[in-house]
Write a protein that binds this ligand. Structure first.
Ligand SMILES: Nc1ncnc2c1ncn2[C@@H]1O[C@H](COP(=O)(O)OP(=O)(O)O)[C@@H](O)[C@H]1O
Ligand SMILES: [Mg+2]
Length: 422
């Protein structure tokens, strides 16, 4: 499986295996402002977007007209009081002279909903100047670097006027389309194929920690979409292949906040109790999707093994392939977070408990048995053995946090030894 080697011409990287080490310096993200670090601190403060109206939304999929559902397509709108910014507010500043306010999700999507997660496209066909001609322009040498440097002014790498992409999440990122081997900027809803995350200045290891987590998940078969670090004209970025794009088209997906009717920070079970692993699992159980339950268990096992505390309901998604039934989306946003300053709590309780350090194989297995998985204990142990082998073999990028690999190996050794993750 291709889990780190790349087909990227932005940088010269060694091919083969699952290592993708950037040659040519680390660079700095000059001028980039810090991103929201909600994922690192587990904010429990509310501040989720409120949808005030339904107008102006045109959808092609069943959830597009559901105002509660559309919220997941944009960011989590952290509270300005907490001192964090929100790039859709900045979207508003550039919205073709129109004021699109931070919390007005529907107007935001009307302006920026042409290229979102999944296959939904949201726009107002009656809007003056609405273009019906999606297109992509080659970014050329240094083009991605320019987008990354300008992400504050042009979130997601959106071009003024014709940039219409939105994506949920808290890390700053840009979207691009790879066409004929070259990166392109997308306009008027042309489907992007890759997400490129930036290094938050205050968390310089984050994208490299994510690369390691994603590489482990990929080598275990939890995703077939690699993520690799690349250097864009001096700016490091994590390039992530989208799993909701195929042959230039779109595959629909919804995050589990949307599936379960939860909103914003309710993605954390402790906020409102709207989401839980059991409720997520029930979606698969109700469909008789035993394979989906097994894969959900695998994602849980890896979240615990890696210390991915932020495995919340918007980091688990349901994919709707055109040619088959809905299925659990591949693992994504797999990041070791125990070494960061946070409360050490899992976003979703496991067997009724949040404290990652206290979780055991028995907790994971008991959680999965409550979903109706019969061979849960064996499956968890088998996968943990494979995590042990992969983590022993694989080293993180040298820019990852120095304790990440050791912590993961320690968690796995503890779990396999019948002890709490520690
Ligand atoms: N590989 C991918 N393919 C398709 N969609 C993705 C992929 N990775 C992330 N997404 C979508 O983008 C959103 C934000 O990405 P994520 O990696 O979770 O970023 P953040 O670290 O900001 O939370 C996700 O909630 C999901 O909807
Ligand atoms: Mg996320």
């Amino acid at each position: 499986m291709r889990c780190g080697s790349i087909d990227d011409d932005d940088v010269q990287l060694p091919r083969g295996g699952c290592h993708a080490l950037v040659e040519g310096g680390h660079g700095t993200a000059d001028g980039l402002r810090g991103v929201q670090d909600a994922a690192l601190r587990h904010p429990r403060a509310r501040g989720g977007a409120q949808v005030g109206e339904r107008g102006g939304v045109v959808g092609q999929q069943r959830d597009a007209g559901d105002v509660q559902g559309v919220e997941h397509l944009v960011d989590d709108v952290p509270s300005p009081v907490a001192g964090r910014s929100h790039h859709h507010l900045r979207h508003g500043e550039h919205a073709r002279g129109q004021v699109v306010r931070e919390h007005d999700v529907v107007p935001l999507l009307a302006a920026y909903g042409r290229d979102v997660a999944g296959a939904v496209q949201i726009y107002d066909p009656d809007r003056p100047g609405e273009s019906g001609s999606p297109h992509a322009n080659p970014l050329g040498d240094g083009g991605v670097g320019r987008l990354l440097r300008g992400v504050r002014a042009q979130p997601l790498g959106n071009a003024p006027v014709t940039g219409k992409s939105s994506l949920a999440g808290v890390q700053e990122k840009v979207v691009v389309a790879r066409l004929d081997g070259a990166r392109h900027q997308v306009h008027d809803g042309y489907p992007s194929t890759h997400i490129i995350k930036l290094t938050p200045p205050e968390h310089p290891t984050l994208i490299f920690d994510e690369e390691y987590g994603t590489r482990i998940a990929c080598l275990l078969g939890l995703t077939d979409r690699p993520a690799w670090p690349a250097d864009f004209d001096g700016v490091p970025g994590l390039v992530i292949e989208r799993y909701d794009r195929s042959d230039g088209g779109r595959i629909h997906q919804e995050g589990f906040n949307q599936v379960l009717g939860a909103r914003g920070d309710q993605k954390y079970q402790a906020i409102g109790g709207q989401v839980s692993l059991r409720r997520i699992a029930q979606v698969f159980a109700a469909r008789g999707d035993g394979a989906g339950l097994g894969r959900l268990l695998d994602q849980l096992t890896v979240a615990v093994a890696v210390g991915n505390l932020d495995w919340h309901a918007k980091n688990v998604s349901l994919l709707h392939p055109l040619d088959g039934p809905a299925e659990l989306a591949p693992a994504y946003d797999v990041v070791a977070l125990r070494h960061q300053p946070n409360d050490g709590a899992m976003a979703l309780a496991v067997n009724g408990r949040y404290a990652h350090a206290s979780l055991t194989v028995d907790d994971i297995a008991a959680e999965a048995r409550s979903w109706g998985v019969r061979d849960a204990g064996t499956r968890v142990l088998d996968l943990l053995e494979r995590v042990r082998a992969v983590a022993a073999e694989e080293e993180p990028d040298e820019r990852a946090h120095p304790v990440v690999a050791g912590q993961i190996r320690g968690f796995v050794a503890n779990l396999l030894g019948g002890r709490p993750a520690g």
